[in-house]
Every structure is written in structure tokens, then in C-alpha cells.
Design a protein around this ligand. Structure first.
Ligand code: C2E
Ligand code: MG
Ligand code: MG
Ligand code: MG
Length: 289
């Protein structure tokens, strides 16, 4: 940051900041190479129907298999991709790869649905719709098999919101991610072609001990159901959270309790074996659709 002192301008770097900047520049260069060298990989985490316990679909979560750094998480490189204009390319790769994987699952007899995450920046790009359409065509994916997850704050971005109707007219599902921790615009929510709300885990971490937390989740579920939206509780870690959320009428659940995000081959085995993980209680993953 530059700081004005006594009329002259200094660039004041804190050691930590300078380090971050260099780190980001390095990451940026490496990310460009990674995109070219195909070092990104999608992990998949199942979403479970809260009543039947069946898998309703998977969420694709991007990771970077870095030759030196190991597995790098999206929280580290998505902001870098956005800052340095790489998010469009990264998003295109994610879309294409998710469609390719859906086609591979189909060839294995698994008819899956997948959700992909998109940032406001991606929604603002004119190329979004044609690219998405192309990816679905390339792999003969039905739009009903795809859901786009968008974080709540996107609702404040007019240009991004405008692309919602285009997405909906393609036939893909729309989901509001991290719902309840940002700015909720109920007027917009009512008008938008959104089908699903994903309640952020911070709203129910202590739900079994907190009447307030239960009230908040109850209110969200009632509001969502009144608007014909499905509610997904994301980040469910304990059986007590699961039981409470189930009692409060959440429609779907996702979280470490059921399964961690995993590479496609692992997810395939998990779904095909239909084994109930010990910690998953009454939930039984199985084929669907
Ligand atoms: P998100 O879309 O809200 O994804 C949920 C995050 O919570 C994931 O972190 C997931 O691994 C984690 N999670 C799942 N179950 C649990 C649980 O029971 N407990 C806890 N503590 N965490 C759980 P991840 O994979 O690190 O992704 C972080 C964020 O990065 C995502 O949040 C999403 O906003 C973004 N992201 C991931 N993949 C993409 C992508 O392909 N494109 C874009 N634009 N963003 C992405
Ligand atoms: Mg998400
Ligand atoms: Mg989320
Ligand atoms: Mg999140």
C-alpha cells in the first residue's frame, strides 16, 4: 500500500505483505502453467437426500496437484485466478471436465448429476453460456444433470444476476451457495430461477445446543419451501447435526459425516458399492435417477 506522508509518497511494504505479493505472483505464473499442463483435478462430494438417504448428486470441487506444493486447495488459488484474469479459463476447464466425467459415469452405468461452483466474475463473462452449451454438447450431457452453485453475494452484482435467466433457459439448475452468511435479497430470490439454497455450516455448527440456531434454520427452511426451493445443509459433520437438520425438514445434506470430497474413481466405487460408511448412520448411498 502507498502511504502519503509529508507531501511525498512512499510505498510502505510490511514484510508479510511483500511476501504475500511475491507468493501470489509465483502462484499466478504456476497456475498458468498448471492450466496448460492439466494439473488441476476435480474432486466430488455427494449430496444426500435427507429422507431416503440416496445420493442426489455430487458437487465438483477443484484441486491443484502441484508438483512441489502437493495438493493445493481452491481457497488458495481461486482468488489468485480471479485477481489475475485466469478464472474464465479455469472455469471453462471445470465445466468441460465435469461434463466429461458425467459422460464417463454414464458409460459405467451411473447416471449422475453434478454441481459446479461459479464466481460472479464468471457469470459476467459473455462467453459463459456458449461455453457451457458447448461442453454439454461435447459430452451429450442433459442440462438437467448440471447445477451451478453461486455464492449469495452474487445477488448484489446486477451484471451477474442478468446471466441467471440465460443459464436457466439452458435448463441447468441454479443454487445459492453459502446461504445465510451474506446479504440475502429475498425480493430477488423470489424472482430468480433458483432451485436450491445451500445453508452455510456456520449457521448450524452448534444447532443441537442452540435454540437460536434452530430458529434460524427453521425460518430458512420455511421460507425456502414457501418459494419452492430445496434446502441443502452443507458441512454436516456429526450425527446430532444430521438428526436435528432432518427434524427441521432440510431436504438434502452434504458433509464429512457422509463423505469427504474424493477423486472420481473413488466416488464411483463408493456409489456403486452402496456401502453405508460406519459413521453415516442410517444413510445409504446408492444409485439414483
Ligand atoms: P463451497 O462451494 O461452499 O464448498 C464447500 C466447501 O466445504 C468445500 O471446500 C468442501 O470440501 C468443504 N466441506 C464439505 N463438507 C464439509 C464438512 O463437513 N466440514 C467442513 N469443515 N467442510 C466441508 P473446498 O473444496 O476447499 O472449496 C472451498 C470453496 O472454493 C468452495 O466453497 C467454492 O466456493 C470454491 N470452489 C471450489 N471449487 C471451485 C470451482 O471449480 N470454481 C470456483 N469458482 N470456485 C470453486
Ligand atoms: Mg459450492
Ligand atoms: Mg458453500
Ligand atoms: Mg464456501
Amino acid at each position: 500500500a502507498a502511504k502519503r506522508q509529508g507531501g511525498s509518497t512512499f510505498a510502505v511494504f510490511e514484510p508479510r505483505m511483500e511476501h504475500d505479493t511475491r507468493e501470489e505472483l509465483a502462484l499466478q505464473t504456476e497456475l498458468r502453467e498448471a492450466l496448460a499442463r492439466n494439473e488441476l483435478v476435480l474432486y466430488y462430494q455427494p449430496k444426500m437426500d435427507a429422507r431416503s438417504g440416496l445420493i442426489t448428486g455430487v458437487e465438483a470441487l477443484v484441486r491443484w496437484h502441484h508438483p512441489q506444493r502437493g495438493l493445493v486447495m481452491p481457497g488458495v488459488f481461486i482468488p489468485v485466478a480471479e485477481r489475475f484474469g485466469l478464472i474464465g479459463q479455469l472455469g471453462d476447464w471445470v465445466t468441460e471436465e465435469a461434463c466429461r466425467q458425467l459422460a464417463e459415469w454414464r458409460s459405467q452405468g451411473l447416471r449422475m448429476r453434478a454441481a459446479i461452483n461459479m464466481s460472479a466474475h464468471q457469470l459476467r463473462q459473455d462467453s459463459l453460456l456458449p461455453r457451457l452449451k458447448q461442453a454439454m454438447e461435447n459430452h451429450a450431457i442433459d442440462p438437467s444433470q448440471l447445477t451451478i452453485e453461486i455464492i449469495e453475494s452474487v445477488l448484489m452484482d446486477d451484471a451477474a444476476v442478468r446471466s441467471f435467466s440465460g443459464l436457466a433457459s439452458l435448463g441447468v439448475g441454479l443454487s445459492i451457495d453459502d446461504f445465510g452468511i451474506g446479504y440475502c435479497n429475498f425480493a430477488l430470490l423470489r424472482k430468480l430461477p433458483v432451485k436450491q439454497l445451500k445453508v452455510d455450516r456456520s449457521l448450524f455448527t452448534d444447532i443441537q445446543n442452540s435454540a437460536d440456531a434452530r430458529s434460524v434454520v427453521t425460518a430458512i427452511v420455511q421460507m425456502a419451501h414457501a418459494l419452492n426451493l430445496r434446502v441443502v445443509a452443507e458441512g454436516v459433520e456429526t450425527e446430532r447435526q444430521r438428526d436435528t437438520l432432518q427434524a427441521l425438514d432440510c431436504d438434502e445434506m452434504q458433509g464429512f459425516l457422509f463423505a469427504r470430497p474424493m477423486p472420481a474413481e473413488k466416488l464411483t466405487l463408493w456409489a456403486m458399492e452402496g456401502e453405508t460408511p460406519a459413521e453415516a448412520g442410517g444413510f445409504r448411498p446408492s444409485l439414483f435417477m
